[in-house]
Design a protein around this ligand. Sequence first.
Ligand SMILES: [Zn+2]
Length: 347
Amino acid sequence: METPAFMPVGTLATVKSLTVEDLASVGAQCILCNTYHLHLRPGESLVAAMGGLHRFMGGWPGLILTDSGGFQVFSLAHLREIDESGVTFRAHTDGSLQTFTPESVVQIQEELGSDIMMVLDECPAHTMTWEEASASAARTARWAERAKAAQKGQSLLFGIVQGGMHADLRRQSARELAALDFTGYGIGGLGVGEDKNTLRTMLQASVEELPEDRPRYLMGIGAPDDLLDAVARGVDMFDCVLQTREARNGGLLTRDGRLNVNNSRFRTDPGPIEDNCDCPTCARYSLAYLHHLFRNRELLAYRLATLHNVRWTIRFMEDVRAAIRSGDFEALRSSFIARHRRRAGPA
Ligand SMILES: [Zn+2]
């Protein structure tokens, strides 16, 4: 994987409305699937019997990163009981009682056939006190050590930095994980309701203590300005549902910010979403047609909008990589932010 890279989200082994050919054609290198969701449906045994995730999906030639499910257990599941051994919860799908341990989550991901696995982490609410966040981060580090010991196959395993909204705990968590010598490091628990300044302070504290020669993965964050800010701080990998979720509501990414194709001003617009976009949607379809599809809730609307948003973000990261190589990253970042601000008007 060439980094910095954006990984489209395919929670249930599908990036909604796209085929694996689509994903390859828009330049996706790695997609993200979710352990919690796939464990509940269809279950790792079935995926393994079908030859693993890549084959099950129809022969995805790229990489697959599987999130551990820690975040989903803490955001979706009900009646959580956390103790040192792991977390017991009721599935949001059918209410069944489930247990995740650091070991079982590695085993599930190995059965799924993941290329990059994430350790089970505890995702504290952003309102947690220092004492609570400290105990939680310490447990996440102990769980990470157990996850590493449970690893059997060839898949890579990443640790996850936590520490809530406390810079000292973030640094400590990063130091403890770095000592365990993971292949790469996720930075978790951010983008969960905190303001941008706090997000950036916590990200900086997390990154500072991580080894420079290992990939850093900022989990769940991917708005264009956040991508640029995080790349500037040394982050290499990103995933975000924004691109696909917004697409399904008619939110389309452009260099001038997000546009809403449902807006009546696009009813008679013969142009593409963005003039210089090289995605399959912009090559052929007008805003007027997309507006029409969304107004009538035609299924093609979701597919065309998703193709654009995913390709737009992947190309954005290709531009970022080229700018880093040529020493022009700061110029790219300031011109992008200036254009974004101009369109948004005074704050
Ligand atoms: Zn496009």
